[in-house]
Design a protein around this ligand. Structure first.
Ligand SMILES: [Zn+2]
Ligand SMILES: [Zn+2]
Length: 267
């Protein structure tokens, strides 16, 4: 990655390889060839960015690809519980749409989700098991689950099946794979992504409609202008009362300093 100017994060575990990386098209295909060579049947999902959305190169070796804290649950190689984008689309837009659950963390749903999807309110993925225990979902009816790129669901589905759910299906390649086929389908809003683009729209390109709130680091679509430097930024409703209209920690400190000075003059 360093040699070919590719940036991003790759996670290695005994159960597989997962990562998001960015670079020039030629460098990306070079990296893809390399990963195919060492890891075999890897699925790649492409999206476009004009700017480099990562600042670092990192490769982490972890016990699990996604932190379910259940390293004992290992995805099967030949699993038939995947739905293609076409099958998924037919189910969710059909006459009797089944229960659809979004397995992402709650803040990721702020920017968009599938129409009528249930938000289990997860703060982290390790809450998934507790949610299943408390929600008491019907086990006879089919349940559809999805996430950003289909990786988290590889684990989420195992957790469900270990609890007796037989008719649970996951969206292969996640929202990103679905949008590739159905940009105007059943996914509403924008898809949160874990890099500087924050979200991608239906065409899988960054829209600039969302930014990361400097107060909490979560996505927001409320655009403001920084009182210190004049730059545009996004401040979420939760932070509105506790964080001044400032785009960064440095600007916040200067704004607060000025506000205190003005208050002293006034008193
Ligand atoms: Zn905030
Ligand atoms: Zn500023």
């Amino acid at each position: 990655m360093e040699r070919s100017g590719v940036f991003g994060l790759v996670i290695l575990a005994t159960e597989g390889v997962n990562g998001t990386v960015a670079g020039a098209e030629a460098s990306i295909s070079e990296i893809q060839d390399f990963i195919r060579e060492v890891a075999g049947g890897v699925r790649f999902k492409d999206s476009i960015s004009d700017v480099r959305p990562f600042k670092r190169v990192s490769v982490d070796v972890r016990a699990e690809i996604v932190g379910l804290k259940r390293p004992d649950l290992v995805p099967e190689k030949d699993d038939d519980h995947h739905l293609s984008a076409e099958e998924w689309h037919a189910w969710v837009t059909g006459a009797n749409p089944p229960l659809v659950i979004d397995t992402r963390n709650d803040y990721e749903l702020r920017t968009g989700k599938f129409r009528n999807a249930v938000d289990p309110g997860l703060k982290s993925f390790s809450d998934w098991g507790r949610y299943l225990d408390e929600a008491a979902l019907p086990q006879e009816a089919p349940v559809l689950i999805y996430c950003t790129g289909g990786i988290r669901c590889e684990k989420a589905i195992l957790e469900m099946r270990s609890r007796g759910f037989e008719r649970v299906y996951q969206l292969r390649d996640g929202i990103l794979g679905y949008l590739e086929k159905y940009p105007d389908g059943a996914f509403e809003g924008e898809c949160f992504v874990f890099d500087d683009r924050v979200t991608v729209g239906p065409e899988l390109t960054p829209t600039g409609n969302f930014g990361v709130c400097p107060g909490c680091g979560l996505p927001s679509d409320a655009k403001k202008s920084c009182l210190q430097c004049g730059n545009a930024f996004f401040l979420c409703a939760e932070c509105e009362g506790t964080w001044p209209q400032a785009c960064s920690k440095a600007c916040r400190d200067r704004v607060l300093h000025r506000m205190r000075a003005t208050a002293r003059e006034a008193s």
